[in-house]
Design a protein around this ligand. Structure first.
Ligand code: DAK
Length: 260
């Protein structure tokens, strides 16, 4: 029987996905990636799920990278296939019509940092460390790091991390915009869940539109992105939730969004 490396826990509309392969610091083998892809597909289709949190098991690592043992003897073709597959899984996270929060509990290196980058918001434990150490292995980031890191923190900072392979602590990651917030380890999951609950109370439709406008807009010129925003903003006015939200404000009440 295949070992289970990705666990799913549902609570009040929040799906917590835990990568659990602690003997290798939760490194991303093909099996882990496959299971992660399946779980992301599942939570995407489950209407009960409003927000997803991805974390790593244990206190040491979020994900310490792609599995070096599995890559050591790869041919170029196998490496290409592995990278294409990982890109598909990470794109499914980025394009999920629900927000995804990375709760980074420890090392987020290589593919681990790239996984956090594919999420929408990153909350980190003060004990977490970040880096793209691929250069030390004679390769480059291959799960989206050269693209998403530079878009998030800027070209200079991204290249500094990618070209030196150095590790940075959580506070440094926060200062460069790689991480949204840093908290003590014991507060990590509660902080991530607090953000998730806040988001889950809003209209899932406007949440989806907002995520899509930002993510797809970043692939476009400002002019085309602005046009795309106009379309999605217009779509908001076809929803019941827009009526509910604005009427509640005017009546000084709390809105009870329906997701319709
Ligand atoms: N893969 C496999 N095993 C790993 C691992 C990894 N990435 N990271 C850690 N482990 C394993 C260690 O080998 C060790 O196993 P045992 O010796 O106990 O059997 C166990 O986890 C505990 O690790 P350590 O003993 O090393 O623990 P320490 O506290 O001393 O050090 C560390 C923690 C995170 C600093 C260290 O383990 C470390 O430097 N790990 C490697 C981090 C790293 O370089 N990560 C980047 C991986 S490369 C591609 C697409 C994408 C990528 C590559 C190619 N294609 C185009 C195909 C992405 C690549 C990466 O992510």
């Amino acid at each position: 029987m295949t070992e289970k490396f990705v666990e799913l826990n549902m609570e009040e509309g929040i799906a917590t996905v835990t990568i659990n392969r602690q003997k290798s610091l939760n490194a991303l083998s093909q099996e882990v990636l496959e299971q992660l892809g399946q779980v992301i597909k599942y939570v995407g289709q489950d209407d009960e799920v409003r927000v997803v949190i991805i974390t790593g098991a244990g206190s040491k690592a979020f994900v310490a990278g792609a599995d070096i043992g599995a890559m050591v003897n790869m041919t170029a073709q196998e490496a290409r296939d592995y990278s294409i597959f990982a890109h598909k899984v990470f794109e499914s996270i980025e394009q999920l019509p629900k927000p995804v929060i990375a709760a980074v509990n420890g090392y987020a290196l290589g593919g681990g940092n790239e996984l956090a980058l594919a999420c929408d918001i990153r909350v980190a434990s003060s004990t977490a460390n970040f880096g793209q150490p691929e250069i030390t292995l004679g390769i480059i980031p291959g799960f989206g790091g050269t693209q998403r890191l530079s878009r998030l923190v800027g070209k200079g900072r991204a290249l500094e991390l990618i070209l030196t392979g150095k590790m940075i602590d959580a506070k440094t990651a926060e200062a460069m915009g790689l991480v949204n917030v840093v908290v003590p380890p014991e507060e990590l999951m509660n902080t991530a869940k607090g953000i998730a609950k806040k988001i889950a109370a809003f209209s899932p439709l406007s949440i989806t539109f907002a995520k899509e406008a930002v993510n797809r807009g970043l692939q476009m010129t400002l002019k085309l992105g602005s046009k795309y925003e106009i379309e999605l903003w217009t779509d908001c006015f076809t929803t019941e939730d827009q009526d509910i939200g604005m009427a509640a404000f005017l009546n000084k009440q709390k809105p009870a969004f329906k997701g319709a």
